[in-house]
Write a protein that binds this ligand. Structure first.
Ligand code: ATP
Ligand code: MG
Length: 398
Protein backbone atom coordinates (compact mmCIF):
# COMPACT_ATOMS: atom_id res chain seq x y z
CA UNK A 1 0.00 0.00 0.00
CA UNK A 2 1.25 3.45 -0.89
CA UNK A 3 2.19 5.57 2.09
CA UNK A 4 -0.14 8.57 1.99
CA UNK A 5 2.30 10.66 3.94
CA UNK A 6 5.29 11.53 1.90
CA UNK A 7 8.46 12.37 3.78
CA UNK A 8 8.51 15.95 5.01
CA UNK A 9 4.73 16.06 5.07
CA UNK A 10 3.66 17.52 8.35
CA UNK A 11 1.48 15.06 10.28
CA UNK A 12 -0.67 16.52 13.06
CA UNK A 13 -1.13 13.86 15.73
CA UNK A 14 -3.18 13.83 18.89
CA UNK A 15 -1.73 11.23 21.23
CA UNK A 16 -3.67 10.19 24.30
CA UNK A 17 -0.99 8.63 26.47
CA UNK A 18 -0.28 8.98 30.19
CA UNK A 19 3.17 7.34 30.02
CA UNK A 20 5.48 9.96 28.62
CA UNK A 21 8.07 7.38 27.58
CA UNK A 22 5.56 5.61 25.39
CA UNK A 23 4.59 8.91 23.79
CA UNK A 24 8.24 9.61 23.04
CA UNK A 25 8.59 6.16 21.53
CA UNK A 26 5.67 6.80 19.23
CA UNK A 27 7.19 10.12 18.20
CA UNK A 28 10.53 8.45 17.49
CA UNK A 29 8.84 5.80 15.43
CA UNK A 30 7.34 8.52 13.18
CA UNK A 31 10.67 10.27 12.87
CA UNK A 32 12.37 6.94 12.01
CA UNK A 33 9.76 6.37 9.32
CA UNK A 34 10.73 9.77 7.86
CA UNK A 35 7.69 11.84 8.92
CA UNK A 36 7.59 15.37 10.25
CA UNK A 37 5.32 15.17 13.26
CA UNK A 38 3.51 17.79 15.21
CA UNK A 39 2.20 15.87 18.22
CA UNK A 40 -0.03 17.02 21.06
CA UNK A 41 0.01 14.70 24.06
CA UNK A 42 -3.05 14.50 26.28
CA UNK A 43 -2.74 12.59 29.51
CA UNK A 44 -6.31 12.69 30.72
CA UNK A 45 -9.89 13.08 29.46
CA UNK A 46 -10.42 16.84 29.79
CA UNK A 47 -7.18 17.71 28.10
CA UNK A 48 -7.97 15.27 25.31
CA UNK A 49 -11.44 16.78 24.83
CA UNK A 50 -9.99 20.30 24.84
CA UNK A 51 -7.43 19.40 22.13
CA UNK A 52 -10.12 17.73 20.05
CA UNK A 53 -12.37 20.75 20.20
CA UNK A 54 -9.73 23.39 19.59
CA UNK A 55 -7.39 21.89 16.97
CA UNK A 56 -7.42 19.88 13.81
CA UNK A 57 -5.55 16.57 13.52
CA UNK A 58 -4.72 14.07 10.83
CA UNK A 59 -4.86 11.14 13.23
CA UNK A 60 -5.65 10.22 16.83
CA UNK A 61 -3.57 7.65 18.67
CA UNK A 62 -4.99 6.44 21.96
CA UNK A 63 -3.72 4.25 24.78
CA UNK A 64 -6.31 1.94 26.29
CA UNK A 65 -5.66 2.06 29.99
CA UNK A 66 -5.70 5.54 31.40
CA UNK A 67 -6.81 6.71 34.85
CA UNK A 68 -10.67 6.92 34.66
CA UNK A 69 -10.55 6.72 30.88
CA UNK A 70 -9.98 4.15 28.15
CA UNK A 71 -9.77 3.81 24.37
CA UNK A 72 -13.53 3.08 24.08
CA UNK A 73 -14.52 6.36 25.75
CA UNK A 74 -11.82 8.21 23.83
CA UNK A 75 -13.17 6.79 20.55
CA UNK A 76 -16.73 7.74 21.49
CA UNK A 77 -15.70 11.33 22.18
CA UNK A 78 -13.67 11.52 18.95
CA UNK A 79 -16.61 10.22 16.91
CA UNK A 80 -18.90 12.78 18.54
CA UNK A 81 -16.58 15.76 18.06
CA UNK A 82 -14.46 14.96 14.96
CA UNK A 83 -15.82 11.81 13.27
CA UNK A 84 -13.64 12.36 10.19
CA UNK A 85 -10.30 11.87 12.02
CA UNK A 86 -9.00 8.27 11.91
CA UNK A 87 -8.58 6.73 15.38
CA UNK A 88 -5.92 4.11 16.17
CA UNK A 89 -5.61 2.38 19.52
CA UNK A 90 -1.95 1.93 20.58
CA UNK A 91 -1.93 -0.32 23.61
CA UNK A 92 0.25 -2.76 25.42
CA UNK A 93 -2.58 -4.57 27.12
CA UNK A 94 -5.65 -4.61 24.85
CA UNK A 95 -6.61 -8.19 24.05
CA UNK A 96 -7.78 -9.45 20.61
CA UNK A 97 -11.39 -9.55 21.72
CA UNK A 98 -11.46 -5.94 22.94
CA UNK A 99 -9.53 -4.82 19.89
CA UNK A 100 -12.17 -6.33 17.59
CA UNK A 101 -14.88 -4.67 19.64
CA UNK A 102 -13.09 -1.33 19.29
CA UNK A 103 -12.87 -1.78 15.51
CA UNK A 104 -16.58 -2.57 15.42
CA UNK A 105 -17.23 0.67 17.35
CA UNK A 106 -15.47 2.64 14.60
CA UNK A 107 -11.73 2.61 15.30
CA UNK A 108 -9.53 2.49 12.20
CA UNK A 109 -6.97 0.05 13.58
CA UNK A 110 -5.08 -1.06 16.69
CA UNK A 111 -1.34 -1.50 17.25
CA UNK A 112 0.34 -3.35 20.10
CA UNK A 113 3.04 -1.39 21.87
CA UNK A 114 5.41 -4.34 21.66
CA UNK A 115 5.16 -4.21 17.85
CA UNK A 116 5.62 -0.49 17.20
CA UNK A 117 6.99 -1.16 13.74
CA UNK A 118 3.40 -1.69 12.53
CA UNK A 119 2.32 1.76 13.56
CA UNK A 120 3.61 3.59 10.48
CA UNK A 121 1.80 1.14 8.22
CA UNK A 122 -1.43 1.35 10.27
CA UNK A 123 -1.33 5.14 10.18
CA UNK A 124 -0.74 5.13 6.44
CA UNK A 125 -3.67 2.75 5.85
CA UNK A 126 -5.98 4.71 8.14
CA UNK A 127 -5.12 7.95 6.37
CA UNK A 128 -5.71 6.42 2.98
CA UNK A 129 -9.08 5.04 4.07
CA UNK A 130 -9.98 8.41 5.56
CA UNK A 131 -8.86 10.18 2.39
CA UNK A 132 -10.98 7.82 0.26
CA UNK A 133 -13.92 8.41 2.54
CA UNK A 134 -13.53 12.18 2.20
CA UNK A 135 -13.31 11.92 -1.59
CA UNK A 136 -16.39 9.69 -1.67
CA UNK A 137 -18.30 12.13 0.53
CA UNK A 138 -17.23 15.00 -1.71
CA UNK A 139 -18.28 13.08 -4.81
CA UNK A 140 -21.65 12.37 -3.18
CA UNK A 141 -22.00 16.01 -2.20
CA UNK A 142 -21.16 17.11 -5.77
CA UNK A 143 -23.72 14.66 -7.09
CA UNK A 144 -26.38 15.98 -4.73
CA UNK A 145 -25.57 19.57 -5.78
CA UNK A 146 -25.62 18.62 -9.47
CA UNK A 147 -28.95 16.89 -8.93
CA UNK A 148 -30.35 19.93 -7.13
CA UNK A 149 -29.17 22.15 -9.99
CA UNK A 150 -30.84 19.81 -12.47
CA UNK A 151 -34.11 19.87 -10.51
CA UNK A 152 -33.90 23.69 -10.40
CA UNK A 153 -33.20 23.88 -14.13
CA UNK A 154 -36.15 21.57 -14.82
CA UNK A 155 -38.44 23.68 -12.67
CA UNK A 156 -37.23 26.81 -14.47
CA UNK A 157 -37.83 25.12 -17.82
CA UNK A 158 -41.35 24.11 -16.78
CA UNK A 159 -42.05 27.65 -15.56
CA UNK A 160 -40.79 29.09 -18.84
CA UNK A 161 -42.91 26.61 -20.83
CA UNK A 162 -45.96 27.57 -18.77
CA UNK A 163 -45.27 31.25 -19.40
CA UNK A 164 -44.90 30.60 -23.13
CA UNK A 165 -48.16 28.64 -23.20
CA UNK A 166 -49.90 31.50 -21.37
CA UNK A 167 -48.41 34.07 -23.76
CA UNK A 168 -49.57 31.97 -26.69
CA UNK A 169 -53.07 31.69 -25.19
CA UNK A 170 -53.13 35.45 -24.65
CA UNK A 171 -52.05 36.05 -28.24
CA UNK A 172 -54.73 33.64 -29.51
CA UNK A 173 -57.36 35.29 -27.28
CA UNK A 174 -56.40 38.76 -28.47
CA UNK A 175 -56.49 37.51 -32.05
CA UNK A 176 -59.95 36.03 -31.45
CA UNK A 177 -61.18 39.29 -29.86
CA UNK A 178 -59.78 41.28 -32.76
CA UNK A 179 -61.60 39.05 -35.26
CA UNK A 180 -64.88 39.28 -33.34
CA UNK A 181 -64.40 43.07 -33.04
CA UNK A 182 -63.94 43.36 -36.80
CA UNK A 183 -66.92 41.07 -37.48
CA UNK A 184 -69.13 43.11 -35.14
CA UNK A 185 -67.86 46.37 -36.54
CA UNK A 186 -68.57 45.43 -40.12
CA UNK A 187 -72.06 44.22 -39.11
CA UNK A 188 -72.79 47.49 -37.26
CA UNK A 189 -71.61 49.56 -40.23
CA UNK A 190 -73.39 47.46 -42.81
CA UNK A 191 -76.85 47.85 -41.22
CA UNK A 192 -77.18 51.65 -41.62
CA UNK A 193 -75.14 51.52 -44.85
CA UNK A 194 -77.61 49.04 -46.41
CA UNK A 195 -80.46 51.27 -45.42
CA UNK A 196 -78.74 54.36 -46.91
CA UNK A 197 -78.01 52.53 -50.18
CA UNK A 198 -81.48 50.96 -50.36
CA UNK A 199 -83.36 54.27 -49.94
CA UNK A 200 -80.87 56.19 -52.10
CA UNK A 201 -81.49 53.72 -54.94
CA UNK A 202 -85.26 54.36 -54.68
CA UNK A 203 -84.90 58.13 -54.98
CA UNK A 204 -84.33 58.52 -58.79
CA UNK A 205 -87.48 56.50 -59.61
CA UNK A 206 -89.69 58.15 -57.01
CA UNK A 207 -92.08 60.87 -58.10
CA UNK A 208 -93.95 61.57 -54.90
CA UNK A 209 -92.41 64.56 -53.14
CA UNK A 210 -93.63 63.22 -49.80
CA UNK A 211 -91.91 59.87 -50.21
CA UNK A 212 -88.73 61.50 -51.52
CA UNK A 213 -88.62 63.65 -48.36
CA UNK A 214 -89.31 60.60 -46.26
CA UNK A 215 -86.52 58.59 -47.92
CA UNK A 216 -84.14 61.53 -47.63
CA UNK A 217 -84.82 61.86 -43.93
CA UNK A 218 -84.22 58.11 -43.45
CA UNK A 219 -80.94 58.48 -45.35
CA UNK A 220 -79.91 61.44 -43.17
CA UNK A 221 -80.86 59.60 -39.95
CA UNK A 222 -78.87 56.52 -40.97
CA UNK A 223 -75.93 58.64 -42.06
CA UNK A 224 -75.90 60.34 -38.66
CA UNK A 225 -76.12 56.94 -37.00
CA UNK A 226 -73.28 55.68 -39.20
CA UNK A 227 -71.17 58.69 -38.33
CA UNK A 228 -71.84 58.13 -34.63
CA UNK A 229 -70.81 54.46 -34.94
CA UNK A 230 -67.62 55.34 -36.82
CA UNK A 231 -66.77 58.03 -34.24
CA UNK A 232 -67.30 55.56 -31.41
CA UNK A 233 -65.27 52.82 -33.10
CA UNK A 234 -62.41 55.21 -33.79
CA UNK A 235 -62.52 56.56 -30.22
CA UNK A 236 -62.66 53.07 -28.72
CA UNK A 237 -59.71 51.87 -30.86
CA UNK A 238 -57.67 54.93 -29.98
CA UNK A 239 -58.33 54.33 -26.27
CA UNK A 240 -57.42 50.66 -26.62
CA UNK A 241 -54.14 51.39 -28.35
CA UNK A 242 -53.21 54.05 -25.80
CA UNK A 243 -53.06 56.88 -28.33
CA UNK A 244 -55.24 59.10 -26.18
CA UNK A 245 -53.50 60.81 -23.27
CA UNK A 246 -54.63 61.93 -19.85
CA UNK A 247 -54.66 65.73 -19.83
CA UNK A 248 -55.40 67.05 -16.35
CA UNK A 249 -56.58 70.50 -15.40
CA UNK A 250 -58.25 72.13 -12.38
CA UNK A 251 -62.00 72.77 -12.32
CA UNK A 252 -65.04 72.72 -10.09
CA UNK A 253 -66.98 69.44 -10.05
CA UNK A 254 -70.29 71.24 -9.52
CA UNK A 255 -69.73 73.44 -12.59
CA UNK A 256 -68.83 70.35 -14.60
CA UNK A 257 -72.22 68.78 -13.74
CA UNK A 258 -74.23 71.86 -14.74
CA UNK A 259 -72.27 72.26 -17.96
CA UNK A 260 -72.89 68.61 -18.81
CA UNK A 261 -76.64 69.05 -18.35
CA UNK A 262 -76.62 72.31 -20.34
CA UNK A 263 -74.59 70.89 -23.23
CA UNK A 264 -76.73 67.78 -23.32
CA UNK A 265 -78.76 67.82 -26.53
CA UNK A 266 -81.99 66.04 -25.80
CA UNK A 267 -83.51 64.16 -28.71
CA UNK A 268 -86.65 65.75 -30.01
CA UNK A 269 -88.88 62.94 -28.76
CA UNK A 270 -90.74 64.32 -25.80
CA UNK A 271 -90.45 62.25 -22.67
CA UNK A 272 -91.52 63.08 -19.17
CA UNK A 273 -88.03 62.74 -17.75
CA UNK A 274 -86.66 65.24 -15.23
CA UNK A 275 -83.00 66.02 -14.81
CA UNK A 276 -81.67 66.71 -11.35
CA UNK A 277 -78.27 67.67 -9.98
CA UNK A 278 -78.22 66.17 -6.48
CA UNK A 279 -74.97 67.65 -5.21
CA UNK A 280 -74.95 71.33 -4.38
CA UNK A 281 -71.39 71.61 -2.99
CA UNK A 282 -68.52 73.01 -4.98
CA UNK A 283 -65.35 70.96 -5.09
CA UNK A 284 -62.13 71.94 -6.81
CA UNK A 285 -60.66 68.90 -8.50
CA UNK A 286 -57.79 68.09 -10.81
CA UNK A 287 -58.63 65.68 -13.62
CA UNK A 288 -59.24 65.53 -17.36
CA UNK A 289 -62.30 67.76 -17.88
CA UNK A 290 -62.93 66.79 -21.50
CA UNK A 291 -62.89 63.05 -20.78
CA UNK A 292 -65.12 63.43 -17.74
CA UNK A 293 -67.58 65.31 -19.94
CA UNK A 294 -67.50 62.47 -22.48
CA UNK A 295 -68.12 59.91 -19.68
CA UNK A 296 -71.13 61.87 -18.41
CA UNK A 297 -72.47 62.34 -21.93
CA UNK A 298 -72.44 58.58 -22.57
CA UNK A 299 -73.94 57.69 -19.19
CA UNK A 300 -76.67 60.36 -19.41
CA UNK A 301 -77.52 59.37 -23.03
CA UNK A 302 -78.00 55.82 -21.80
CA UNK A 303 -80.07 56.93 -18.82
CA UNK A 304 -82.29 58.98 -21.15
CA UNK A 305 -82.45 56.29 -23.83
CA UNK A 306 -83.49 53.55 -21.41
CA UNK A 307 -85.89 55.63 -19.30
CA UNK A 308 -89.37 56.45 -20.59
CA UNK A 309 -90.49 58.50 -17.58
CA UNK A 310 -89.17 59.55 -14.18
CA UNK A 311 -85.94 61.18 -13.11
CA UNK A 312 -82.31 61.20 -14.08
CA UNK A 313 -80.12 62.46 -11.26
CA UNK A 314 -76.43 63.13 -11.26
CA UNK A 315 -74.01 64.10 -8.52
CA UNK A 316 -70.90 63.23 -6.57
CA UNK A 317 -69.55 62.51 -3.09
CA UNK A 318 -66.01 62.85 -1.84
CA UNK A 319 -64.56 59.94 0.07
CA UNK A 320 -61.02 60.10 1.40
CA UNK A 321 -58.73 59.87 -1.62
CA UNK A 322 -61.40 59.64 -4.33
CA UNK A 323 -64.52 61.23 -5.72
CA UNK A 324 -67.51 59.04 -6.53
CA UNK A 325 -69.71 60.37 -9.35
CA UNK A 326 -73.09 58.88 -10.13
CA UNK A 327 -75.79 58.86 -12.81
CA UNK A 328 -79.08 57.36 -11.63
CA UNK A 329 -82.27 56.75 -13.58
CA UNK A 330 -85.72 55.28 -13.11
CA UNK A 331 -85.70 53.36 -16.39
CA UNK A 332 -85.95 49.75 -17.57
CA UNK A 333 -83.00 48.55 -15.51
CA UNK A 334 -80.56 45.78 -16.38
CA UNK A 335 -81.14 42.04 -15.73
CA UNK A 336 -78.99 41.00 -12.72
CA UNK A 337 -76.96 38.40 -14.63
CA UNK A 338 -75.98 40.99 -17.28
CA UNK A 339 -74.65 43.72 -14.97
CA UNK A 340 -71.00 42.99 -15.80
CA UNK A 341 -71.60 42.22 -19.46
CA UNK A 342 -72.96 45.66 -20.33
CA UNK A 343 -69.38 47.00 -20.12
CA UNK A 344 -68.26 44.60 -22.86
CA UNK A 345 -68.02 46.06 -26.35
CA UNK A 346 -71.06 45.60 -28.61
CA UNK A 347 -73.04 44.04 -25.76
CA UNK A 348 -76.67 45.10 -25.43
CA UNK A 349 -78.82 43.65 -22.64
CA UNK A 350 -81.59 41.15 -23.36
CA UNK A 351 -84.37 43.44 -22.02
CA UNK A 352 -83.68 46.11 -24.66
CA UNK A 353 -86.02 46.27 -27.64
CA UNK A 354 -83.29 46.52 -30.28
CA UNK A 355 -85.79 47.25 -33.04
CA UNK A 356 -87.02 50.47 -31.48
CA UNK A 357 -84.04 51.60 -29.37
CA UNK A 358 -80.95 52.15 -31.45
CA UNK A 359 -77.47 51.52 -30.16
CA UNK A 360 -74.19 49.85 -30.94
CA UNK A 361 -73.14 48.68 -27.49
CA UNK A 362 -69.91 50.70 -27.52
CA UNK A 363 -70.95 53.58 -25.22
CA UNK A 364 -70.14 51.84 -21.92
CA UNK A 365 -66.95 50.22 -23.26
CA UNK A 366 -65.71 53.72 -24.09
CA UNK A 367 -66.76 54.95 -20.65
CA UNK A 368 -64.87 52.08 -18.99
CA UNK A 369 -61.69 52.79 -20.97
CA UNK A 370 -61.91 56.53 -20.23
CA UNK A 371 -62.34 55.91 -16.49
CA UNK A 372 -59.31 53.61 -16.47
CA UNK A 373 -57.36 56.36 -18.17
CA UNK A 374 -58.39 58.74 -15.38
CA UNK A 375 -57.29 56.19 -12.77
CA UNK A 376 -60.76 55.17 -11.55
CA UNK A 377 -63.26 52.32 -11.70
CA UNK A 378 -66.93 51.92 -12.60
CA UNK A 379 -69.77 49.73 -11.44
CA UNK A 380 -73.56 49.56 -11.74
CA UNK A 381 -76.42 48.74 -9.44
CA UNK A 382 -79.71 48.04 -11.11
CA UNK A 383 -83.12 46.42 -10.67
CA UNK A 384 -85.11 45.31 -13.71
CA UNK A 385 -88.01 47.70 -14.26
CA UNK A 386 -86.95 50.05 -11.45
CA UNK A 387 -83.86 51.79 -12.78
CA UNK A 388 -80.09 51.81 -12.82
CA UNK A 389 -77.38 53.63 -10.90
CA UNK A 390 -73.96 53.93 -12.50
CA UNK A 391 -71.11 54.90 -10.15
CA UNK A 392 -67.56 55.76 -11.07
CA UNK A 393 -64.55 57.03 -9.19
CA UNK A 394 -61.61 59.25 -9.98
CA UNK A 395 -58.67 59.93 -7.67
CA UNK A 396 -59.10 63.15 -5.67
CA UNK A 397 -56.37 65.60 -6.56
CA UNK A 398 -56.66 69.29 -5.68
P1 ATP B 1 -74.26 52.94 -27.90
O1 ATP B 1 -72.99 52.33 -28.36
O2 ATP B 1 -74.92 53.71 -28.97
O3 ATP B 1 -74.11 53.66 -26.62
P2 ATP B 1 -75.81 51.18 -26.27
O4 ATP B 1 -76.37 52.29 -25.47
O5 ATP B 1 -76.70 50.04 -26.54
O6 ATP B 1 -75.23 51.70 -27.63
P3 ATP B 1 -73.85 50.94 -24.20
O7 ATP B 1 -73.97 52.36 -23.86
O8 ATP B 1 -72.50 50.34 -24.26
O9 ATP B 1 -74.52 50.60 -25.58
O10 ATP B 1 -74.68 50.10 -23.18
C1 ATP B 1 -74.67 48.69 -23.26
C2 ATP B 1 -75.99 48.13 -22.82
O11 ATP B 1 -76.15 48.35 -21.43
C3 ATP B 1 -77.17 48.77 -23.44
O12 ATP B 1 -77.49 48.23 -24.70
C4 ATP B 1 -78.25 48.45 -22.41
O13 ATP B 1 -78.68 47.12 -22.56
C5 ATP B 1 -77.50 48.53 -21.12
N1 ATP B 1 -77.64 49.83 -20.47
C6 ATP B 1 -76.72 50.82 -20.43
N2 ATP B 1 -77.16 51.86 -19.72
C7 ATP B 1 -78.39 51.54 -19.29
C8 ATP B 1 -79.35 52.19 -18.47
N3 ATP B 1 -79.15 53.43 -17.96
N4 ATP B 1 -80.52 51.55 -18.20
C9 ATP B 1 -80.74 50.33 -18.70
N5 ATP B 1 -79.85 49.64 -19.46
C10 ATP B 1 -78.70 50.24 -19.75
MG1 MG C 1 -75.01 53.88 -24.91
Amino acid sequence: MKNKLESNTLLNVLCLEDVLKDAELINEMFVDAGYLVNMDIAIEKNEYAEFLKSRNYDIILSDNSLPNFDAFSALKLALALKPEIPFICVSGTIGEEKAVELLKDGASDYVLKDRPGRLAFAVSCALEVSQNKKEKQKAEQDLISANKELIFQNAEKEKRTEELIKALERAEESDRLKSSFLANMSHEIRTPMNSIMGFASLLPEEESKLLINNYASIIVQNSEHLLHIIDDIVLYSRLQTGIINYQPNSFDAQTLLSNVIKSFNLPEVIKSVDFKIETKDTLLINSDHEKLQQIFTNLISNAYKYTSCGTISIGFTKQKEEIIFFVKDTGIGIPPNELEKVFERFYRASNVNKGSISGTGLGLSIVKELIHLLGGRIWVESYSGLGSSFYFTIPYKR
